[in-house]
Design a protein around this ligand. Structure first.
Ligand code: CUA
Length: 329
């Protein structure tokens, strides 16, 4: 019975394991992670080999020297065996050396702040509880969804306006802390187009676990198209969306959010192209009318501790406002 329960538990636990899940650290999709993974492999294989040798020797000793009825209680004792002493001092020192050399190399490589010639600059700002991404040379600002071109180095400057967060995209790079009053740097080159999941990796308050992000790595031409769409102004709304715009401008929204040409708040995400994103709320919900309305009606109910308060919007106002926001392509 006990064995069956144990088997069921192990099966259930193992079911949660996936080698290539979206948050897997053993799938490297950038030069930075490839370097880290190389050290990780060396240490893993060294540990596996050491464990195999230790268990094999242990098994041998248990079998060969087990107590037998016809033997004296204590086997012959060996003291001060110079060759053995030397072996188990030099052996581990060599193993540590083999691990240390690539580790130190990778530490220096991953801490480099020198920007390659054609590097794209991105400023990452961690807020309770969402991510702001600024492209200072492109004049683009976005939130929670970071677009990057494949094959081009990116240099991130990490800046924390409130508390300590940690920028982490397991398959691309990080973790690198985002610390108030200190500029950290991180550089990597995403290798191929795709969507990568990220997560804040430093406990930062009630909604730390809800502080996710997506990185969308695109072919350079697609990235350029995205940039030019982000630089443009959103179209003038009509119908319900026009009503939504007037609700937006009459309410506290304008104090915290920027919509280019409409408002210039800086405490919440820039919403200029909100409708062009797949997810909102720091990567929690898809940008659909139902989800956006639910959020607008009561943000703290959806994200505990949310700095955006419940504005007391009526159903109709929330729907019109959602229509306006989703139209901001
Ligand atoms: Cu931000 Cu945890």
């Amino acid at each position: 019975m006990c064995a069956r329960v144990a088997l069921a538990m192990v099966t259930a636990l193992a079911g949660g394991c996936a080698w290539d899940g979206p948050m897997s650290t053993v799938v490297a999709r950038s030069d930075l992670n490839r370097s880290i993974l190389s050290v990780y492999s060396i240490i893993t294989w060294a540990s596996v080999i050491i464990a195999a040798v230790v268990f094999a020797v242990l098994a041998l000793i248990l079998l060969r020297f087990r107590a037998r009825a016809d033997e004296a209680a204590l086997p012959p004792q060996v003291r001060g065996h110079t060759a053995l002493e030397l072996a188990w001092t030099i052996g581990p020192a060599l193993i540590l050396l083999v691990i240390a050399i690539p580790t130190i190399q990778v530490i220096f490589r991953t801490q480099t702040t020198a920007a390659p010639e054609n590097a794209l600059e991105v400023t990452v700002r961690g807020w309770q509880w969402w991510w702001e991404f600024r492209y200072p040379t492109l004049d683009v600002v976005t939130a929670n969804e970071l677009h990057l071109p494949a094959g081009r180095p990116v240099v991130f400057t990490l800046d924390g306006p409130d508390v300590i967060h940690s920028f982490w995209v397991p398959q691309l790079g990080g973790k690198r802390d985002v610390i108030p009053g200190r500029l950290n740097r991180l550089a990597f080159t995403p290798e191929r187009a795709g969507e990568y999941w990220g997560q804040c990796a430093e406990f930062c308050g009630a909604s730390h676990a809800n502080m996710r992000l997506r990185v969308i790595v695109e072919e350079p031409a697609a990235f350029e198209r995205w940039v030019s769409a982000q630089k443009g102004s959103p179209p003038e709304p009509s119908g319900a969306a026009a009503e939504g715009k007037s609700i937006y401008t009459r309410n506290a929204c304008v104090g915290c959010h920027t919509i280019r040409g409409v408002s210039a708040g800086t405490l919440g995400p820039d919403l200029t192209h909100f409708g062009s994103r797949q997810l909102f709320g720091a990567g929690l919900w898809p940008v659909t009318p139902d989800h956006v309305v639910a959020w607008l009606k009561d943000p703290p109910a959806l994200k505990p501790g949310s700095k955006m308060p419940n504005l007391g919007l009526s159903d109709d106002d929330a729907k019109a406002l959602a229509a306006y926001l989703i139209d901001l392509k």
